[in-house]
Structures are given as C-alpha cells and as structure tokens.
Design a binder for this molecule. Structure first.
Ligand SMILES: [Zn+2]
Ligand SMILES: [Zn+2]
Length: 297
C-alpha cells in the first residue's frame, strides 16, 4: 500500500520502474490501466487526496514588524468557501465583510503596468470605468475569480463592480473544491490571492508549500506569526498607527481612543490590547480547537 511498494497493487507483479501511481492518492501503483481499473472497487475506500500545506501571508512587504501569516493543512476536497471560513478563524477576523480568491495572470498585470506608465492611459481607464457599468474593473484580467456566494449580505458589495473584469471567469466558492484549482496544470505557478474586505483590502498571498502525508477532514493551522489585524482599522496604515499607539510611552488622546476602540468596540476586539509585545501573540491552540469544530466543507 505504500508509495515505495515495488509491486503492482492488483496483480503484484514486481517492477518499480514501470509501475504508475494512482494520480489521486499517489499511494498505490499499477503495472497497467487494466490492473488499476480492476482494483478500483477495492482501492476506492482508501484512495484519498492528501492535504495541501498552504501558507497565507497578509500584505507581505507592507505589514512587517511583525509580519502576519498562517500556514494551514487543508483537506483537498474542501471548498473555497470552507477555506475562507478557516482563514477567518486562523487570522482572527469577524466575518463581517465579503471576499474573493483570485488566480492572477502576471502577464496581464505586467501589460497593464506598462500601459499605465503613460499616465494618460491610466486616467482614461479610470474615467471609463466610472461610466461603464459592464466593465468597471480597474485592474488586470485574472485567470479565475472565485466569489463569495453570500456577497449581497455585506456592505462592501458596493465595491463588487470594481472587482469584476469581463474577461475573468468567475466561479462560486461553495461550488469549487481546492483540488479542482490546485491540481489544475493550467494554473500552475500562477499566484493565488485571498482578499477579504473590499474596503480595507486585506490581501493574503498564498504559497503552496507542499502536500501533506495524510488526508484529513478538517483544517489545521500548523504555523504562523503575528496578531491578526483589527476589522475596520483603516487598512495597513491604520494597523501601523494602532501598533504605534501601543508603543508610545505617552499616547495622545486620539491614540488612547483608538486603543480603547480596539479593546472594547471593534467586531474582532481584543480586550488585552497589543501592548508589551502582544502584537506578536496569536492563539494557535484556540484556532485549532475552532477549526476542529468548524462545520461545512
Ligand atoms: Zn498489475
Ligand atoms: Zn488512489
């Protein structure tokens, strides 16, 4: 049953060089398609896609000291909606805004950047976008955009139009499983980004680290760094200012108000604040206990 097995899983013929692994679980090998087909009714019960080890880094390069990232072991059969839920738990958000995943086309991004080096092009594009309801998106085309099925619930739906590009296909996050994207060779090497809250624009860059040895039913947070950001803090600058307030020996009135807001009022408030190095603290044990109880793949 192991990947090292030198014999065919069905007829047990030796010959490790010519055996082909089951493409789904990689745990079983066969000498021929006939053997694989014959063995499938038995193998089916054990054949599971191993988890993906995915790292999500929040605004890398902009949020530093400390950086904020989490690594998760993710079931391959989970949907992107479930991944969103897991990321909300892992980063400590309150799930009060909408989100999307985007598989970026770096060539399209580069082209747009080149066009925009002529400022006239940029201004024309922005002003066209305001008048054209069909084609409002002001960014580059992507390979795929994976969207929140519950998007109409949230206030940031007003930014929806600006996220759409007429040449970017869209799929619903609850209808798409991780392996359908992550194992698709046409998206290989294309960066994937998870964006939450189209007002504060929390961009999480995904890195596909590896495949796990096992397949599990729930997400697990294996590593990370940095306290998650406050909802509605005012994006990366607002977060920087909040940390600055906590580091100030004599915070001014505005800073004291901001700290009080973070400890008592914002939707993902932290009553302990960020003082004494707490901006580096993140609750791994609590995250994993919540991930274990998380319902809905
Ligand atoms: Zn065989
Ligand atoms: Zn298999």
């Amino acid at each position: 049953m192991s990947a090292e097995s030198p014999s065919c899983g069905a007829c047990h013929k030796q010959g490790s060089d010519t055996l082909k692994h089951c493409s789904r679980c990689k745990n079983e090998a066969y000498c021929s398609t006939e053997c694989q087909t014959q063995h499938w009714p038995t193998h089916k019960a054990h054949c599971k896609r191993p988890n993906y080890i995915l790292k999500f880094h929040l605004c890398p390069g902009t949020i530093t000291d400390p950086p904020i990232w989490r690594t998760l072991s993710c079931p391959a059969d989970a949907t992107f909606q479930a991944l969103h839920k897991a990321l909300q738990i892992a980063f400590g958000y309150a799930s009060i805004h909408t989100y999307d995943f985007r598989i970026k086309d770096m060539e399209a991004e580069r082209q747009l950047e080149e066009e925009d080096s002529d400022i006239t092009n940029y201004i024309m594009r922005m002003s066209n976008a305001i008048g054209d309801v069909e084609q409002q998106y002001v960014g580059a085309r992507s390979f795929l955009r994976i969207v929140d099925p519950d998007t109409m619930k949230y206030i940031d739906r007003m930014h929806m139009g600006s996220r759409r590009h007429k040449e970017t296909p869209e799929k619903m996050a609850n209808r798409l499983k991780l392996h359908q994207v992550l194992d698709d060779p046409s998206y290989r090497d294309a960066p994937l980004q998870y964006e939450y809250d189209f007002g504060d624009c929390w961009e999480h860059q995904m890195t596909h680290m590896s495949r796990a040895d096992n397949a599990t039913d729930c997400f697990q947070c294996t590593d990370g760094e940095g306290h998650g950001v406050a909802e509605d803090v005012g994006s990366t600058d607002g977060w920087k200012n909040l940390k600055r307030a906590y580091r100030n020996q004599r915070p001014n009135k505005e800073q004291r108000e901001k700290m009080k807001w973070f400890e008592s009022f914002t939707t993902n408030m932290d009553p302990k604040g960020l003082g004494n190095g707490r901006d580096k603290v993140w609750p791994k044990v609590e995250i994993n206990s919540r991930l274990e109880k998380m319902v809905g793949k």
